[in-house]
Design a protein. Structure first.
Length: 428
């Protein structure tokens, strides 16, 4: 018997546990995780990029606050491998139109961005900016680079270090952990028990009062059960008729060595203080994440239409080679022909836990003492601190959560009844 049970020791579950314990030091908090250590699910497969640049203002606020907290931690106490190398959108006409809402929101919050000339980009990044007129560009329907949009308040971070920070911090404040234990069921109890076998009956008011593990053991929660299992969340909550409003979609990453001409691209100058390439986004939402410690780029693509919602309890970590060869390379090699000379030396796959509007889902259904915290939609690392603070505030019965930047947000703003409006358009 504990006060709070948190299902999932990914970055969201860890951040929630830490902030819950900080805000309520006397509370007994237990995190249960199916893997043998923290961060073994979606968090382990993240490309770990961060950006204060979204088209939805609440998404932008969550990311900006979390980045500010990570910077505070990185600069003062714990190396997160954080480098604000920037996000660089290499935009043709279609992508530039998509970015306009994001630029408006950035201006409202006073966030900086720069518009870069295509000629400067061609020289600095050793890339092609003129592709129109070729048969290849016509086939894949992309155009010349109209401009580069550089967002300085963005960059890269090491996912495993973020996980380790929250795990250590949560341990230090007294959070308990149970690893290698899979939660199979959520337990329902009547609020006014009558002592009759078979309770709760449909006419009784019920609450989620604990979890049952795969080994049959039951863990009871006096106050709340928080499901923060990422892509696994909906499989658990659906058993008791609770919807997370999220579904998992497979995403893939390919590591390519920055040899030959790609070396100049990786070590691009004049774009940030680190002397390395920003995180680059090409037309068709193909991204190239610099990995200077490996002399590589991690390359992926947001393939929304055509990629099914699917799930496996033990997802295949291997990526689809054909997806790189036939899906990514035809577009990316137009702008970076050097990619035709390099083949991925490593690849992996994981899940995005996508919500319909691509904002997180944080709510307590039916006053059930169950809290759902998921739907990070591919940006769990970059928003985890803010999500953890809001989830903790909801669990403690607060009406608002306070972010690291001092901004306050209603705890129901990412729920259902009073959910903020405006779908996020910029998911990578």
């Amino acid at each position: 018997m504990v006060d709070y049970v948190i299902v999932g020791a990914g970055v969201v579950g860890l951040a929630t546990a830490f902030h819950l314990k900080v805000q309520s030091p006397s509370a007994e908090v237990l995190v249960i995780e199916r893997h043998m250590g923290p961060g073994g699910g979606d968090s382990a497969r993240s490309v770990a990029a961060i950006r204060a640049f979204f088209t939805n203002p609440v998404n932008l606020m969550l990311a900006n606050s979390s980045i500010e907290y990570y910077k505070h931690v990185h600069d003062r106490s714990f190396d997160l491998g954080m480098k604000l190398v920037g996000y660089l959108f290499l935009a043709d006409k279609r992508l530039y139109e998509l970015l306009k809402d994001g630029l408006k929101e950035a201006e409202k919050m006073g966030l900086e961005y720069r518009i870069l000339d295509p000629g400067f980009l061609a020289e600095t990044l050793n890339m092609n900016v003129k592709v129109e007129g070729s048969e290849e560009s016509s086939l894949v329907d992309v155009g010349d680079i109209e401009a580069g949009v550089l967002v300085p308040r963005a960059g890269i971070i090491r996912a495993e270090r973020v996980v380790e920070y929250y795990y250590r911090a949560a341990q230090a404040v007294g959070v308990n952990f149970s690893f290698g234990n899979e939660v199979r069921d959520l337990l329902l109890y009547p609020r006014r028990p009558l002592g009759i076998e078979g309770e709760p009956f449909p006419w009784q008011e019920a609450r989620v009062g604990g979890v049952r593990l795969a080994n049959g053991q039951e863990v009871h929660a006096k106050k709340k059960v928080i499901v923060a299992g990422g892509s696994w969340s909906w499989r658990l909550t659906s058993k008791i008729g609770v919807e997370t409003f999220t579904r998992p979609k497979r995403r893939q990453v390919f590591a390519v060595k920055a040899a030959n001409g790609l070396g100049k691209t990786l070590r691009a100058k004049h774009l940030n203080p680190h002397g390395i390439s920003p995180f680059m986004i090409l037309p068709r939402k193909i991204y190239m994440r610099p990995v200077p410690e490996e002399e590589s780029f991690w390359i992926g693509m947001s393939d929304e239409l055509g990629r099914p919602y699917e799930f496996s309890e033990d997802p295949d970590p291997r990526a689809e080679v054909d997806f790189y060869v036939k899906g990514i390379l035809p577009v990316a090699s137009l702008y970076f022909p050097q990619l035709q000379e390099r083949y991925p030396h490593a690849s992996w796959a994981g899940y995005y836990d996508l919500s319909p509007d691509k904002l997180p889902v944080i709510y307590e259904p039916y006053g059930s003492d169950l809290i759902v915290s998921c739907g990070t939609s591919g940006s769990g690392i970059m928003k985890a601190d803010a999500i953890g603070r809001i989830t903790a505030a909801l669990a403690l019965g607060e009406e608002e959560g306070e972010l690291f930047t001092g901004e306050r947000i209603r705890v129901d703003a990412l729920g259902l009844k009073n959910r903020v409006s405006g779908a996020e358009k910029l998911v990578l």
